[in-house]
Design a protein around this ligand. Structure first.
Ligand code: NAP
Length: 263
């Protein structure tokens, strides 16, 4: 299937590793011009080189912390200038720390809100005037299964992530006049560095090893395993593509069937 992404101008944030990097790579393989972002320039440049080697298409970089409003704004501005416009933005960031309610003070809540909610708001605010100029504009927010179903010990994520889904749903109505589609994507357990750390922590707690914990986590998922970043990226890129042009205002779970709610 041709996704219609040839020459599309795309910004993927938090994309030197994990879900963001896999998404950027899929866009690039589909012929898009891509800007990737993360805080660490060295890591970012290595990822850009690796993507360019497999896709043959240019991949631009801009280092910055998306939880800081001025850096998010600068990132979008520079991405637009490197790409010569903007058609698609995928808002992504690192996840807030794990822990229960009493583990977090006001500052921790503030930081998690900056990272998880305000980063998406600031990126979209900066991108909007440019997306209005595009005839294939789409915004995709990377969220989490925690937006649908609270996950044990992820109080910050369980609380703040649903707001991002509310944001994209609202904008899908507000900006229908500009023909911009807004969706969110809710990954379940997917095999990235973040999950390596989680499995390591579980192994230490349960006196086992990370491979056993990974296998046990997979057994809890109806498809019998945890997901791959490539599977996540395939769904993410399709949602943003002209081929998925009738998908709007959706919060899509990509979780192997892990969430138990009917809707
Ligand atoms: N993997 C899963 O199973 C899963 C499930 C549900 C939700 N999620 C959520 O999906 C998002 C991506 O997860 P992942 O598994 O891909 O994580 P990951 O493998 O840890 O990668 C995180 C990426 O984000 C970048 N980053 C972190 N904080 C940033 C910031 N403030 N500004 C810019 N870039 C930043 C990191 O690079 P630098 O360190 O260079 O900045 C890295 O490229 C997270 O919010 C995570 O909580 C993941």
């Amino acid at each position: 299937m041709d996704l219609g992404l040839q020459g599309t101008k795309v910004l993927v944030t938090a994309a030197s590793a994990g879900l963001g990097a896999a998404t950027a790579q899929r866009f690039s393989l589909e012929g898009a011009l891509v800007v990737i972002n993360s805080r660490n320039l060295d890591k970012l440049q290595k990822t850009a080189t690796a993507i360019n080697e497999v896709s043959g298409n240019p991949v631009f970089t801009h280092a910055g912390d998306v939880s800081k409003p001025e850096e998010a704004e600068k990132l979008v501005k520079n991405a637009v200038s490197m790409l010569g416009g903007l058609d698609i933005i995928v808002t992504n960031a690192g996840g807030p720390p794990a822990g229960t309610f009493e583990a977090f003070d006001y500052e921790a809540w503030r930081n998690a809100t900056d990272l998880t909610l305000l980063s998406a708001i600031n990126l979209i605010r900066a991108a909007l005037p440019h997306l209005k100029e595009s005839n294939r504009a789409a915004v995709l927010a990377v969220v989490s299964i925690a937006a649908k179903e609270p996950v044990d010990n992820l109080t910050l994520s369980n609380t703040i992530r649903p707001a991002v889904v509310g944001l994209t749903k609202t904008l899908s109505f507000e900006h229908s006049k500009d023909s911009i589609r807004f969706n969110s994507i809710l990954p379940g357990i997917t095999d990235t560095e973040r999950i390596d750390h989680l499995m390591q922590a579980r192994a230490e707690k349960n006196n086992s090893d990370p491979a056993t914990e990974r296998e046990n986590a997979g057994k809890m998922i109806p498809v019998g395993r945890i997901g791959t970043p490539e599977e996540f990226a395939n769904a993410a890129v399709f949602m943003c593509s002209p081929a998925g042009g009738f998908i709007n205002g959706v919060a899509l779970l990509v979780d192997g069937g892990a969430a138990k709610g009917t809707f």
